[in-house]
Design a protein around this ligand. Sequence first.
Ligand SMILES: Cc1cc2nc3c(=O)[nH]c(=O)nc-3n(C[C@H](O)[C@H](O)[C@H](O)COP(=O)(O)OP(=O)(O)OC[C@H]3O[C@@H](n4cnc5c(N)ncnc54)[C@H](O)[C@@H]3O)c2cc1C
Length: 352
Amino acid sequence: MPDTVDFAVVGGGFTGLAAAAWLRHLEPNKSVALFESSRIGAGSSGHTGGMTLADTAAGELPGLGDVLAGLSGILRELQVQCDLQLPGALEIGREEILPNSPISWSDSGTLGVTKEVPGGTIDPGKMLSGLAQAATKSGALIFENSPVESLTVAESPVLQVAGRPVRARCILIATNAESLELSSLAGLAQPKFTLAVATEPLSSDQISSLGLAPGKPFYTSDLPYLWGRVFHGNRIIFGSGLVHLGDWRELLTLNVTEGHAAELLSDLERRVRNLHPALQNVRLSHRWGGPILIADKWQPAFRRHAEHRDVIILGAYSGHGVALSVYLGAWAAESMLGKKQLPQWDDVQLVD
Ligand SMILES: Cc1cc2nc3c(=O)[nH]c(=O)nc-3n(C[C@H](O)[C@H](O)[C@H](O)COP(=O)(O)OP(=O)(O)OC[C@H]3O[C@@H](n4cnc5c(N)ncnc54)[C@H](O)[C@@H]3O)c2cc1C
């Protein structure tokens, strides 16, 4: 582990990996080190649904730009192959269903398509490993099992990593729902744990009778919330439910076979089986969950650390982070290099 680097990144999810890879892509002569407390993908990014959406959870934000075009360009430049497809995404709901809705499911009323929006899917495992490979191939150093314990600032910021000091000119903190004291988001954003299930492979007839043949992911615009997508080999992933936490550290020991998480998974399974006759006897092959961070006004946190100008905080995508994390991770890298300003979203007043 180096004592000093030009740029340090904390967190080995999509955000941190995209930033590390993009830093070296733009400045191959600057040293970059990424520290991950556990393993790459241990947080949200290794447990995600992989639906790529154009907007933030708060909708369009000033100066955000075209997230999906940006994501496509970054993946292309970094040569990350992750089955990115952008056929559109389906907003589904219980009211104002389109007359030609391909979906007609039963879930607290009839669920159907209300709107089609830009979007699509990626394979999250391929995007994680692709970004990690792009980062290491370009010369970024990635340290797994290297928790950052603290941040102090003397002349430049210093991280305490697994008991050793590492000095950096500029630091990105991309720890999402964890280490909220380090990211200074404690009390400003709420860590949650959300759940998902995957079906066994279904027949093509089953997939088309569900109205999912064109491969577009879906999510509800009203409650109760439900999202999902078709994944490899005609499995369908469905997700819903939030476990509320008093402290982010509860994420480290949360077990989906016990307590409230297990109850929410049972509810989700019951809902899935009742959606449509094609799902009545379906076997669910996987059940899991992962962290998300919900910030004030549902806007991503993308700002300088209140006490340290050379430290940037990025995360809290409120469950909309797959495309945003890569797009804003690259943006953070450009800001660290002095090539782009950070957005001013903290002052934005949202109109309902
Ligand atoms: C079940 C589920 C389904 C989802 N589905 C979708 C979806 O379909 N579409 C969508 O847009 N979004 C979805 N999301 C959200 C999306 O996955 C996340 O917003 C995104 O992955 C966040 O990436 P990240 O890199 O910011 O955070 P993470 O992937 O959580 O990475 C943070 C990393 O920081 C590490 N870390 C924490 N503390 C430290 C420390 N002190 N030192 C070093 N490392 C540390 C963690 O171990 C972790 O690896 C989903 C999330 C979940 C859980």
